[in-house]
Design a protein around this ligand. Structure first.
Ligand code: IMP
Ligand code: MG
Length: 202
């Protein structure tokens, strides 16, 4: 696709993201069913844009907290997860909504569900914007999911490649990962410099 240097294309445009996120917000509020003192937990950094849109569409009182984890997945140690920034909130006895950007292999979420479950929340549910169910290595419980995207590698709407492109308003599928890896800035000009159909100015 010429607009994005043949490297990526728009997979889910911002309007569709917004519409689906509003539906997810209704689903989550309905599942919380008037819970007292619920808390929403964002996993940094990928879920931040999704979380910001989700909470604004949730018509209920809810606290927000974040945690940061690192997961390095080598063939020797698949799915080793470490907490880099823990929660500020005490979640015991509370209804918890964990907000994820993507569930891919399921290893990260498996770890997080266990780690949060050990803190004895009253309930724990997961909402993910994206699901790559075909890539699952471990089955994992997922209460709310926005889109199943097959095995596409995506950037934008919070998702990154080497720390870049999180602020792109649309979700892009990378079609030429080798070129992006070779030149991580290859999308910058078409996204941010020239006027294109994915201009952030719409
Ligand atoms: P997993 O389910 O443990 O394999 O890992 C999920 C995490 O990997 C997500 O929360 C993302 O941070 C990251 N990830 C997986 N697929 C993608 C992608 O296509 N683009 C950007 N990050 C991804
Ligand atoms: Mg993540």
């Amino acid at each position: 696709m010429p607009g994005l240097a043949g490297v990526a294309e728009v997979l889910i445009p911002r309007d569709l993201l917004r519409a689906r996120v509003s539906e997810l917000a209704l689903e989550v509020v309905s599942a919380l069913d008037g819970a007292r003192d619920p808390v929403l937990i964002g996993v940094l950094k990928g879920s931040t844009l999704f979380l910001a849109d989700l909470v604004r569409a949730m018509r209920c009182e809810i606290a927000i907290d974040f945690m940061s984890i690192s997961s390095y997945q080598t063939s020797m140690q698949p799915g080793v997860v470490k907490i880099l920034k823990d929660l500020d909130e005490d979640i015991s006895g509370r209804d918890v909504v964990l907000v994820e950007d993507i569930v891919d292999t399921g290893l990260t979420l498996t770890y997080l569900r266990r780690a949060l479950g050990q803190r004895r929340p009253r309930s724990l549910r997961v909402v993910t914007l994206l699901d790559k169910s075909v890539r699952r290595i471990v089955p994992v419980q997922l209460e709310h999911s926005g889109f199943d995207i097959g095995d596409a590698f995506v950037v934008g709407y919070g998702m990154d490649f080497q720390g870049r492109y999180r602020n792109v308003p649309d979700l892009l599928a990378v079609r030429d990962l080798a070129r992006l890896a070779n030149d991580p800035l290859v999308l910058v000009e078409s996204l941010f410099v020239t006027r294109s159909h994915v201009s952030p100015e719409r």
